[in-house]
Design a protein around this ligand. Sequence first.
Ligand code: HEM
Length: 245
Amino acid sequence: MNFIQKRLLIFVALLTIFSFIGPIETSFSVNEITIRNQKTLTPNIDGIIGTDEYISEISLSGGDYKLYWQIEGDTIFLGMVGKTTGWVAIGFDPTLAMQDADMIFGWVLSNSSVIIIDAFSTGPNGPHPADTDLGGNSDISAYNGTEESGNTIIEFSRLLTTGDQYDNDIPSSGTYNIIWALGNTDDFGLKHIQRGSATINLGETEESTKTESSSSQSESTTGFALTTILFFISMLLILRKTNDY
Ligand code: HEM
């Protein structure tokens, strides 16, 4: 292989690698899970999440998305806090990517009213029509939300088993898979800017705070710009090295 062919090969190889990793920013973040067994009060669905309000909480993606939960009898109380002024969402028990996830979207309008949508994802990348559009019901028992310092807080409660074919049953104990996402608009038809997945423990009662790591992704142009710069720096270094011979 001659000198020019070698350079061309390196160029193509680098271009291929960078074009794969460019558009997506993957962050490996430390998640903090807190379990409180001393709690006796039922969470208040008022759109404000107080310290120690819920038995369990998990902080995902470096705190960009926080989930709070507590089961009382046949009902689960959930709180989501997302770093956005658009929508926040949770998806219960997906089968493949977003497919079959029982999704709850919530957002706060500029007049402070709160919208909540009980939806269901019919495919791995959506769509996720509202249950009512699929012939099911909206099964959110109570909900509320607020926007504060660029965060959206949504609280709601739901029966663990609703009987609706577009809701997934939530067991009262054991591990459970969820997906989450944040949108940057109040339009739940528009794609997320951040999303991820986690496994939560529904019935954990032993008081603890532990950390674990997981990955989440944000679709942004920063990752693309960064990898483009890295690509050109690598090319300059290679060209300088080959010119030295
Ligand atoms: C609002 C409309 C939505 C649209 C148009 C949409 C679209 C998509 C598309 C095209 C993908 C595949 C490409 C990619 O990885 O980015 C994807 C992946 C994903 N979405 Fe959504 N999505 C929406 C809402 C949601 C919601 C509400 C959640 C969570 C509750 C969610 C969670 C996810 C997750 C976890 C993935 C990655 C799945 C995997 O690769 O395992 N999405 N979405």
